[in-house]
Design a protein. Structure first.
Ligand code: LIP
Length: 243
């Protein structure tokens, strides 16, 4: 938190993304802490400085700042996300929002917690009454841009673009959102929050897997999952989906 005055300290500020120096510094701190205790483990992160290929049984998945552009512009809607996987299964995950002092966490055989208290997904079962978080999908700004935003707007009561995938999914886990979908997020965006949604009684699904850890991902309260999938999956078939 003592780096908030460095919000503007970025390596690049582009139309579609901000590369922030604190992303790299925070990743390095997280890696050194983990490697000091578990030198034989592997690490995967958005700013990964770790080993290039994951061969160990244990893999730590780190997004030091999820919601980087929010952080850069001064919005508190960003988080640090860490997950631990054992032989490919996520066994623990935590998502912390430093400026809002909100900690979401879960282990694979326990309850999802928000600041230490159990949470559960919403009971909304009518998709037309659901609030769904999504992303801007504005890449390339071609005719395909915003088509997912348009679809979510059509199928749900309201879409919301809040700019931090892991936080959006934690809102699903605590019942303040009914679902989350994005057509292109990364393993480090979703790894911890997906476990939290599942342990809160929700459902998560990779609708399409793309190269380099990128995917189309859906997380819901479970009740609206099939309806969301029915609307979204046909839109994904025309991309390099590996599923
Ligand atoms: C962000 C995601 C967000 C997505 C943004 C960006 P970052 O991650 O959390 O959901 O819409 O495009 O990818 O880059 O801030 O860690």
């Amino acid at each position: 938190m003592n780096n908030l005055e460095r919000r503007g300290d970025c390596n690049s500020n582009l139309r579609n993304d901000v590369k922030h120096k604190l992303d790299i510094e925070a990743q390095q701190v997280a890696e050194s802490v983990i490697m000091n205790v578990f030198p034989e483990h592997d690490i995967l992160g958005e700013e990964s400085c770790g080993k290039p290929t994951a061969t160990a049984d244990w893999l730590w998945i780190i997004d030091p700042i999820d919601g980087t552009i929010n952080f850069f512009h001064g919005l508190p809607w960003w988080c640090c996300s860490v997950a631990a996987r054992y032989k490919g299964t996520t066994v623990a995950g935590s998502v912390f929002l430093p400026e809002l002092n909100m900690l979401f966490e879960a282990v694979c055989d326990g309850e999802a917690l928000f600041n230490g208290r159990p949470i559960k997904v919403s009971s909304t079962s009518d998709l037309s009454l659901a609030m769904i978080a999504t992303g801007a999908d504005k890449w390339d700004l071609d005719k395909r841009s915003f088509r997912f935003m348009k679809k979510v707007s059509e199928m749900a009561q309201r879409p919301r673009i809040l700019g931090a995938a892991a936080v959006d999914m934690c809102m699903v886990a605590c019942g303040r959102m009914d679902g989350y979908f994005e057509s292109g997020i990364y393993t480090w965006d979703m790894a911890a929050a997906a476990l939290i949604v599942e342990r809160a009684g929700g459902e998560t699904e990779t609708l399409c897997q793309y190269p380099k850890h990128r995917m189309a991902f859906l997380a819901t309260n479970g009740h609206i999952h099939a309806a969301c999938r029915k609307h979204l999956l046909p839109m994904l078939s025309d991309r390099s989906c590996q599923l």
